[in-house]
Ligand binder design. Structure first.
Ligand code: NCD
Length: 330
């Protein structure tokens, strides 16, 4: 009689061929920036650079033909979800978009593990955004296919941090020796949590500028302190702007506040205007994960140092690289 064994907990597409098993990141989850070493980043950025050249040369190509991505978003998204869709489609693959879980069985009360086990029957990789910290790690425990964390509440946003770093590399040409100033909601902003951790692989200096109630979480400051990264906290931008090579601006995360009056009291704390830019280095770049809701005045957009729109484009190449890597094609 035939016996059936449970599906293996092997994180890999089910039909390995050639030597793709040896490809770095093949079948792996991307859950936190803590999983990366400097050499991993060099590899990812090398692949992202190749993706950029291919997109510029031919637009789309068939590296992931026949592969399917499930985009599962329990929180709103414009950039992350559409850049993963674009990345998959430019690589010749296709996408199951679940951008509005209200219309899926989640609204009937289905658990995250069950939704994940459903989607992996149909897809080769799952991109997940969820309001709870640790949701991607939970999903990954149940999934046989790779899970990519596209933001878990106030936790992490590793693919954003990778694209942020790729932006800095591409724009400034170096990482060691730079000063990065993070501004805004450092408490609830998951992008700065991931970015600070990723930057700690380099010889950088970090400044944190925020209202007192939105300071960088102490556990992250401690984590980086243990790695001897110079860090300093401020409640004004003026003292640190002239020394900054990167100004990373964030939105105050309205949806994370229990008391909307508290949000109102801090939402306009910092606004970057053309006047602000007078005191910045000529080669500084201004970054923002977007969306912006007033923190950077639109008159700054014409300044060549405004890198936030270019940053979105770098994101496409990084996400193409990540998809190709976890599916064993890079
Ligand atoms: C960020 C996010 O979702 O954390 N957006 C993004 O992915 N580009 C930043 C934000 O929402 O403020």
């Amino acid at each position: 009689m035939a016996t059936f064994s449970p599906p293996f907990r092997r994180k890999s597409p089910y039909m390995p061929f050639g030597d793709q098993r040896n490809a770095p990141f093949y079948g792996r989850d991307i859950l936190s920036v803590k999983q990366f070493k400097r050499s991993d980043l060099e590899y990812i950025f090398g692949v992202a650079h190749e993706m950029r050249e291919m997109v510029e040369r031919v637009g789309s190509f068939d590296l992931l033909k026949g592969k399917i991505l499930a985009n599962l978003f329990y929180e709103p998204s414009t950039r992350t979800s559409s850049s993963f869709t674009s990345a998959m489609e430019r690589l010749g693959g296709s996408v199951i978009p679940i951008n509005e879980v209200r219309y899926s069985s989640v609204s009937k009360g289905e658990s995250l593990p069950d939704t994940i086990r459903t989607l992996e029957c149909y897809a080769d990789v799952i991109v997940l955004r969820h309001p709870e910290v640790g949701a991607s790690a939970l999903a990954a425990q149940y999934a046989r296919k790779p899970i990519i964390n596209a933001g878990d509440g106030v936790g992490e946003h590793p693919t954003q941090a990778l694209l942020d770093l790729f932006t800095i590399f591409s724009e400034l040409g170096q990482m060691d020796g730079i000063t990065v100033t993070m501004l805004g909601d450092l408490k609830y902003g998951r992008t700065v949590h991931s970015l600070a951790r990723l930057l700690s692989l380099y010889d950088v200096r970090l400044n944190y500028v925020s209202p007192d109630i939105l300071r960088m979480p102490p556990e992250i400051i401690q984590e980086l302190g243990d790695k001897s990264i110079p860090q300093a906290e401020f409640d004004a931008l003026e003292p640190v702007l002239p020394q900054s090579d990167v100004l990373y601006v964030t939105r105050v995360q309205k949806e994370r506040f229990e008391d909307q009056q508290v949000y109102e009291s801090v939402k306009g704390a910092f606004i970057i205007t053309p006047e602000t830019m007078h005191n910045a280095k000529e080669r500084m770049i201004v970054m923002h994960p977007l969306p912006r809701v007033g923190e950077i005045h639109m008159d700054v957009d014409a300044d060549p140092r405004a890198a936030y729109f270019r940053q979105m484009e770098y994101g496409l190449y990084v996400r193409m690289a990540l998809l190709a890597m976890v599916l064993g094609k890079a």
